[in-house]
Design a binder for this molecule. Structure first.
Ligand SMILES: Cc1cc2nc3c(=O)[nH]c(=O)nc-3n(C[C@H](O)[C@H](O)[C@H](O)COP(=O)(O)O)c2cc1C
Ligand SMILES: CCCCCCC(=O)C(=O)O
Length: 391
């Protein structure tokens, strides 16, 4: 039997066993409850850094609302006893179409930070995408994951030597794809962070990958150990590169043989350009509503982009995945896999590695059960006929 088809039953049994005498310390099941507990654990600064969006949060809200506008239309009598949630991407088979989104500065959420999230993902067989802005270095994160699947997310530094060095280090430490985030060459107008006067990078969080990088260090007049403030200031000036254009993509291709995915694509014409420039995949994303307030929701953008891409390269998506039904809807609209962001961070805040593990496990179980009850046994069979849009 496929490994994934057990998740639903495991969770059901656990819930039913604890029903007569609920343990008050039991970890939450509901997304909203994880978020509420995270709110209790974290100070205003870190909590709103995670939970907040750009501007008036119109796009962040739209990300969730558009999932509700699509309805699953279940089918019956289709033998769904054995389900297959596995997915193949770039020649590798993954247990499920779910990945841990790249998330930086996790030390503001839990002292174990990215190491906890990476270990939980590795244990679940869920690929972990290490952020350039991780508190821990990409090598430390790779070390705790053993041979488990991992990708690396690149913030394209102004200094080409640093960008090339990151790509080289990612290959050397066993990352098997590069996700280039294009929507954050600079931080957006984030009202909670401005109100709270909270930017983790300025207190040295999330720069671990840089401080250990030989190319980054070679640009500093003195070492970061001697003058941490100067190192952070140098980072703020070089972190993002708003001057990039499509023709610059050839630089990345020259410096890595790994598959390259572009994250932050929302316009169908950019999807077309991505293919013309030979990229290997696309992540439809508005960064969880954290960058352009007023931008199209990721789920609205997804089918428009899939219509252009026509399965020539894999299209992944994130921004708004909260429950198993969201996973099924995104896949039915053309995504090959989805990335999970804030839910994992609330799990991390509440219970460290165990919390992330529980969030991922529940999400997988929920997706598996939703597939089964909708009469779908393989993600390859999912298509738009499974859904209906209610405006
Ligand atoms: C606290 C936080 C930090 C993030 N850091 C990064 C990052 O370093 N690199 C990146 O590409 N995306 C980053 N993201 C965006 C996520 O990868 C993903 O696009 C987003 O969380 C999806 O939206 P959702 O959380 O609403 O599901 C971050 C998101 C959050 C909440
Ligand atoms: C100076 C911008 C760094 C942003 C890195 C973390 C991130 O992507 C986020 O959304 O927050």
């Amino acid at each position: 039997m496929n490994r994934m088809s057990n998740f639903g039953n495991q969770v059901q049994f656990k819930v039913y066993q604890t029903m007569p005498n609920p343990d008050p310390d039991r970890l939450p099941v509901k997304y909203e409850e994880w978020e509420a507990l995270a709110r209790e654990k974290l100070e205003d600064g870190p909590f709103y850094y995670v939970a907040g969006g750009a501007g008036g949060e119109e796009t962040m809200d739209a990300n969730l609302r558009t999932f509700n506008e699509w309805k699953i239309v279940p089918r019956m009598l289709r033998d769904v006893e054995n389900r297959d949630l596995s997915v193949e991407l770039f020649g590798q088979t993954y247990v499920a179409p779910l990945m841990h989104a790249p998330i930086g500065v996790q030390s503001i959420i839990h002292p174990d930070g990215e190491l906890a999230s990476a270990k939980a993902s590795a244990d679940m067989g869920v690929p972990y995408i290490t952020s350039s802005a991780s508190t821990k270095s990409m090598e430390e994160i790779a070390d705790v994951m053993g041979g488990a699947p991992r990708w690396f997310q690149l913030y394209w530094n102004k200094d080409p030597e640093v960008t090339a060095s990151f790509l080289k280090r990612a290959e050397a430490s066993g990352y098997s794809a590069i996700v280039v985030t294009l929507d954050t060459p600079m931080m957006a107008w984030r009202e909670y962070d401005l109100k709270n006067v909270y930017l983790p990078f300025l207190i040295g969080e999330g720069v671990g990958n840089y401080l250990t990088d030989p190319a980054f260090r070679s640009q500093l007049p003195v070492s970061p150990e001697e003058d941490p403030t100067a190192a952070i200031m140098h980072w703020t000036h070089t972190f993002g590169n708003p001057g990039l254009t499509w023709s610059d993509l050839s630089f990345l291709r020259k410096h890595t043989s790994l598959p390259i995915l572009l994250k932050g694509i929302l316009h169908p014409e950019d999807a077309q350009l991505a293919m013309e420039h030979g990229v290997d995949g696309i992540v439809v994303s508005n960064h969880g509503g954290r960058q352009v307030d007023g931008a199209i929701s990721a789920l609205d953008a997804l089918p428009l982009i899939c219509d252009v891409v026509q399965d020539e390269i894999p299209v992944l998506m994130d921004s708004g995945i909260r429950r198993g039904s969201d996973v099924v809807k995104a896949l039915a609209l053309g995504a090959r896999a989805v990335l999970v962001g804030r839910p994992c961070m609330y799990g991390l805040a509440v219970a460290g590695e165990q919390g992330v593990h529980e969030v991922l496990r529940n999400l997988l179980a929920d997706a598996d059960l939703t597939m089964a009850l909708a009469g779908q046994k393989s993600i390859a069979d999912l298509n738009r006929s499974v859904l209906m849009k209610i405006d």
